[in-house]
Design a protein around this ligand. Structure first.
Ligand code: ADP
Ligand code: MG
Length: 272
C-alpha cells in the first residue's frame, strides 16, 4: 500500500507553526509588544533532502532552527519527526531526540569551547550518550575527523581550536554534529563567516556526508546562491512567513512570489 510506504513519511513535518515572542516595551511603546517571529509555517522535509531555508536577517530562520532542535517551543502548531509529534517530548524521549538531531552554528569561533581539545569536543557527545568504551570512542573520533577532511585525524586529535583556521573549526563542529550518526542536521548559516572558496569546500563536504550516511540537512542561509548550489529544495521566508517552497530549480527558474523574484534580481549571478 502506497499510503504506508515509509519513504513518503517526511522526516520533519511542520503544521501551522507559529512563534510569538513577547518583547519589552521600548521608549515609544508601553507595556509589552509581541513579535511574530514565525507565522503559520507548514513544511515537509523528506529523508535525504538538503532543504534550504532562505531569508534576510530577522526573517525567523534561527527561530525555526531552534524550534526544530527543541531549544524552544512553538506558540502554536504541531511538529513531527518521522511521523510522530515531538511537541511534548520530555525526559528520555527528549534525550533520544537530541541525539538524532544536531546543529551546526554560524560562528566557528564561538561555537567551540576554547578550553576543550578537538578530541574532547568530539568525544563529549559519545560520553554523554554512553556510547562505546574509551578505545572505541577514540577510534570513532579519529575516523570522524578523517571523514570531515581533517586528515590524518590522529594529527588533529590533540590540537585546540585556536590552532585551527575558521574553515577547520567548522569541520570540527561538523565532526561533533555527525559523531552520533544523527538523522537530521540543522546548519544555521554555517559558512557565512568564511570566504567563498572555503564555503564551497564545506558545501562539498556536507554533500559527501549526506551521500555517505544518508543524513538529512536543513540549511539556513541569507544567500540564495548558496542554497541553489547546495540544496535540492528551497523555502523562502519573509517576515516569518514561507512565501515560496519547492524544488530548487523551480524556485529559481519560476519564482511565484514577488519577494523571491526580488531576491533573484538582487543576485543576478546565481552561480556560486
Ligand atoms: N528571544 C527572543 N525574544 C524576542 N524576540 C526575538 C527572540 N529571538 C528572536 N526574536 C525576534 O524574532 C525575529 C526573528 O529572529 P531570528 O529567528 O533570529 O531571525 P534570522 O535568524 O532570520 O535573522 C526577529 O524580529 C527577532 O528580533
Ligand atoms: Mg539567524
Amino acid at each position: 500500500m502506497i499510503e504506508n510506504d515509509n519513504k513518503l513519511t517526511p522526516i520533519i513535518e511542520l503544521n501551522g507553526i507559529t512563534k510569538e515572542y513577547c518583547a519589552k516595551a521600548t521608549f515609544f511603546s508601553k507595556g509589552y509588544t509581541s513579535v511574530m517571529a514565525l507565522d503559520n509555517i507548514n513544511l515537509a522535509i523528506q529523508k535525504g533532502d538538503i532543504f534550504g531555508l532562505v531569508g534576510q536577517s530577522g526573517s525567523g530562520k534561527t527561530t525555526l532552527g531552534r524550534l526544530l532542535l527543541k531549544l524552544e517551543s512553538p506558540t502554536k502548531g504541531i511538529m513531527k519527526f518521522n511521523g510522530k509529534s515531538i511537541n511534548d517530548l520530555k525526559g528520555k524521549g527528549l534525550k533520544t531526540y537530541r541525539s538524532k538531531v544536531q546543529m551546526i552554528f554560524q560562528d566557528p569561533y564561538q561555537s567551540l569551547n576554547p578550553h576543550l581539545s578537538i578530541a574532547e569536543t568530539i568525544l563529549e557527545p559519545l560520553i554523554v550518550n554512553k556510547i562505546g568504551d574509551h578505545n572505541s570512542r577514540k577510534e570513532k573520533a579519529i575516523e570522524t575527523l578523517d571523514t570531515v577532511g581533517l586528515t590524518p585525524g590522529k594529527e588533529y586529535y590533540d590540537r585546540y581550536p585556536h590552532q585551527l583556521s575558521g574553515g577547520q573549526r567548522q569541520r570540527v563542529a561538523i565532526a561533533r554534529a555527525i559523531v552520533l550518526d544523527p538523522e537530521f542536521i540543522v546548519a544555521d548559516e554555517p559558512t557565512s563567516m568564511l570566504d567563498a572558496t572555503i564555503a564551497i569546500q564545506l558545501f562539498k563536504l556536507l554533500q559527501q556526508i549526506k551521500e555517505k550516511y544518508n543524513m538529512t540537512f536543513f540549511f539556513i542561509t541569507h544567500n540564495l546562491a548558496a542554497a541553489k548550489y547546495l540544496c535540492n529544495k528551497i523555502a523562502v521566508i519573509h517576515n516569518g512567513i514561507i512565501v515560496e517552497n519547492g524544488p530548487s530549480d523551480q524556485v529559481i527558474q519560476h519564482p511565484e512570489h514577488p519577494y523571491t523574484k526580488q531576491l533573484i534580481q538582487a543576485q543576478p549571478k546565481l552561480n556560486f
